[in-house]
Design a protein around this ligand. Structure first.
Ligand code: SAM
Length: 289
């Protein structure tokens, strides 16, 4: 099968199958060989790896992955793409295509079946409408993962990478940085896709930590507080958490803990880095006991 990274080859496949793009599935197919090569290089995939590709589309990046990886498992929601994928990937005996919704897919079972339970690498040009649930689902379910290399909306990539004091800093930054080391490895303009998306894109690699960089005694409580604080980011942490409805957390308790930490009781959650959030959570837990 011809290289689908070349625009004329993608157009030929779309015409052969009279394919109609489905906006609701975030379908923007890559048509730039240099971008594809760069993604594969930055994903650090080798023949020893089993790769999970989310949303293979017509199989463009899947072709590149199949050349570099030991095994590729590709999960595609759009059933109209399955016969196309069977055609475009027919030469490869190391590709498994699954028709399904990634948010309802048992990724651990994929690791077990195709990689003997060892950590997999995720590589994808993601459907942008569900970027956050896909990433958080992969991290929170604790499936064995080495890294995630993904194309996402540029602003979302920046949110994952940034720290306190920037306007993009938020719950997603803290959640991603708890689980992985993020690095933006490319900016990709709209003309590298068919059809062109209305936003800029970036490729980000998230290298999964074997251990989180901070010790926190109750991850769930920490992330509940982080989400509550950023939902009301203009408020002080004490006011934001005081009326968040999280059990036992009052304005007074938050102020007391901040004072004990030597911090300003009028501090906002958006000024706290991950380490400070972890320390704050551990001290709150002691107070709640
Ligand atoms: N990988 C292809 C490429 O780079 O040309 C296509 C990428 S396109 C941005 C996103 C793909 O994800 C589409 O093929 C779309 O149908 C698929 N998709 C959307 N939602 C999905 C979901 N919930 N589960 C699995 N695939 C999904």
């Amino acid at each position: 099968m011809a290289d689908l990274g070349i625009p004329a080859n993608t157009i030929a496949v779309l015409q052969k199958y009279d394919f109609n793009f489905q906006k609701k599935f975030g379908q923007n197919f890559l048509i730039d060989t240099r971008v594809l090569e760069h993604i594969i290089e930055e994903s650090h995939v080798t023949k020893d790896d089993c790769v999970l590709e989310i949303g293979p589309g017509i199989g463009t990046m899947t072709q590149y992955l199949a050349e570099s990886a030991g095994m590729v498992v590709a999960v595609e929601i759009d059933k109209n793409l399955i016969p196309i994928l069977e055609d475009t990937l027919s030469e490869y005996n190391n590709v498994k295509i699954i028709n399904g919704d990634i948010l309802k897919t048992d990724v651990r079972a994929i690791c077990d079946e195709y990689n003997g339970g060892r950590p997999i690498k995720v590589v994808a040009n993601l459907p942008y409408y569900i970027t956050t649930p896909i990433i958080m689902g992969l991290f929170e379910s604790k499936v064995p993962l080495d890294s995630i290399t993904i194309m996402v909306q540029k602003e979302v990539a920046e949110r994952m990478e940034c720290g306190p004091g920037t306007k993009d800093y938020g719950a997603l930054s803290l959640a991603v940085q708890f689980y992985a080391r993020p690095e933006i490895v490319a900016n990709v303009p709209p003309n590298c896709f068919l059809p062109r998306p209305g936003v800029g894109s970036a490729v980000i690699r998230l290298d999964r930590f074997s251990e989180p960089p901070v010790r926190v005694d109750d991850e769930k409580l920490m992330f509940n507080m982080i989400r509550a604080a950023f939902n009301q980011r203009r408020k002080t942490l004490a006011n934001g958490l005081g009326n968040s409805g999280i059990q036992g957390i009052t304005r007074e308790l938050v102020q007391k803990v901040l004072e004990e930490m030597g911090l300003n009781p009028l501090l906002r959650g958006e000024a706290m880095d991950l380490e400070t959030w972890a320390e704050f959570t551990n001290k709150v837990i002691v107070k709640l006991a």
